[in-house]
Design a protein around this ligand. Structure first.
Ligand code: HEM
Ligand SMILES: *[C@@H]1O[C@H](CO)[C@@H](O)[C@H](O)[C@H]1NC(C)=O
Ligand SMILES: *[C@@H]1O[C@H](CO)[C@@H](O)[C@H](O)[C@H]1NC(C)=O
Ligand SMILES: *[C@@H]1O[C@H](CO)[C@@H](O)[C@H](O)[C@H]1NC(C)=O
Ligand SMILES: *[C@@H]1O[C@H](CO)[C@@H](O)[C@H](O)[C@H]1NC(C)=O
Ligand SMILES: *[C@@H]1O[C@H](CO)[C@@H](O)[C@H](O)[C@H]1NC(C)=O
Ligand SMILES: *[C@@H]1O[C@H](CO)[C@@H](O)[C@H](O)[C@H]1NC(C)=O
Length: 307
């Protein structure tokens, strides 16, 4: 009896210990309240300045957080320089951008609170602010991630992007001819343009992106609502005006009839619903395998691991 009491007592202590470990490893909205009280103000100001210089930067920063989280979790791995970096993976090459802005954010934050805030968290805050400053919803960002020690180029080649997307990040930003030209010419098939692309838009895009033209030329992902974070993207999908094949299939593919089509309709009619679901998705995405506790590190320079 005595033995089993102490056994239970021990188990209870162990359980509390594990619980406290679990609690400590969770992200929280006030993680830096005392260690870096001005953090959110500093990042907001920096993002604001960057968007003033170039509107597109909001989109680029949002995408950075997405591409960070989908490879080895939200650990700042996308920011690491080097030829084996994720920057050189096919979905990112000549495409992902905003690194100089992240450098500026990091150096302002380092001046205020040296060695305290992770690059992974800066990406999460910058993404939130980018959405907000372009007219989108606001949410409380979960914080407390630490930075990873390795980049994962293979992971970036295999894991980006996910085959389904109900976040709707393509309501802002640009895409290059190289990523949608096949819809205009079907190079691998009989040369018939994608029938789920509006015909006026098709001829516009063919002018912009001639065969053998400059694949780096860009156009807006969300035509006619280019810089506003809103549900117009979904209205475009209803009208066959999605830019990427991966956008338009959310409404037009056979598979969509039983999966995403009703969601597209609902988001296009109800922006509150889109915003609410988008916020939930962003928080979920931000929770993908964060490094916490003593895992990883707080990088001094977002481009390199500490020596
Ligand atoms: C199936 C999922 C997705 C696919 C296939 C996809 C694909 C793409 C492609 C091909 C581009 C253009 C790249 C280029 O022109 O070089 C792009 C841009 C972009 N994506 Fe996605 N994406 C997906 C999901 C997402 C998600 C979930 C978000 C946001 C959370 C997002 C945010 C963005 C933004 C903001 C841009 C524009 C970036 C800029 O202008 O710098 N994407 N995406
Ligand atoms: C942390 O700071 C935020 C924003 O200033 C505030 O809303 C929140 O109550 C603070 N939390 C704690 C635990 O101090
Ligand atoms: C890289 O990502 C892949 C998933 O695509 C994973 O299986 C692998 O363990 C990762 N490698 C490293 C070094 O993190
Ligand atoms: C290109 O043509 C092939 C063969 O007809 C077809 O299977 C494919 O879906 C087409 N691709 C586009 C983007 O229209
Ligand atoms: C885009 O520009 C880069 C250099 O900035 C070049 O290396 C690449 O080949 C170009 N891509 C396309 C599709 O034209
Ligand atoms: C939508 O955008 C396209 C391309 O930028 C432009 O040609 C067209 O006039 C716009 N339509 C409306 C209704 O604003
Ligand atoms: C729009 O979505 C919001 C949030 O999900 C919901 O509360 C509201 O009832 C919806 N409005 C309509 C007209 O369906």
């Amino acid at each position: 009896m005595k033995k089993s009491n102490s056994f239970y007592g021990y188990s209870l202590i162990l359980a509390f210990f594990m619980l406290s470990l679990a609690a400590r490893s969770q992200l929280s909205t006030d993680f830096y309240n005392t260690s870096c009280p001005k953090l959110l103000t500093i990042v907001r100001t920096q993002v604001q300045n960057a968007i003033k210089v170039e509107t597109r930067m909001a989109a680029s920063l949002l995408r950075l957080h997405f591409h960070d989280c989908f490879v080895n979790g939200c650990d700042g791995s996308v920011l690491l320089d080097g030829s084996d970096g994720e920057k050189f993976a096919l979905p990112n090459l000549n495409s992902i951008r905003g690194f100089e802005v992240v450098d500026n954010i990091k150096s302002s934050v380092e001046s205020a609170c040296p060695g305290v805030v992770s690059c992974a968290d800066l990406l999460a805050i910058a993404a939130r602010d980018s959405v907000l400053l372009n007219g989108g919803p606001i949410w409380k960002v979960m914080l407390g991630r630490r930075d990873g020690l390795v980049a994962n180029q293979t992971g970036a080649n295999n894991g980006l992007p996910s085959p389904f997307d109900n976040l709707g990040g393509h309501t802002i930003g640009l895409a290059r001819c190289a990523v949608f030209s096949n819809r205009l010419y079907n190079f691998s098939g009989p040369g018939i343009p994608d029938s789920t692309l509006d015909t006026n838009m098709l001829s516009d895009l063919q002018n912009l992106c001639p065969v053998n033209g400059d694949g780096n030329k860009t156009t807006f992902l969300d035509r006619n609502s280019t810089d506003l974070f809103d549900n117009h993207y979904f209205q475009n999908l209803l009208n066959q005006k999605g830019l990427l094949g991966s956008d338009q299939i959310l409404f037009s593919s056979d598979e969509a009839k039983t999966t995403t089509q009703s969601l597209v309709q609902s988001y296009s009619a109800n922006s509150s619903r889109f915003f609410a679901d988008f916020v939930n998705s962003m928080i979920k995405m931000g929770n993908i395998s964060p490094l916490t506790g003593s895992n990883g590190e707080i990088r001094k320079n977002c481009r390199v691991v500490n020596s």
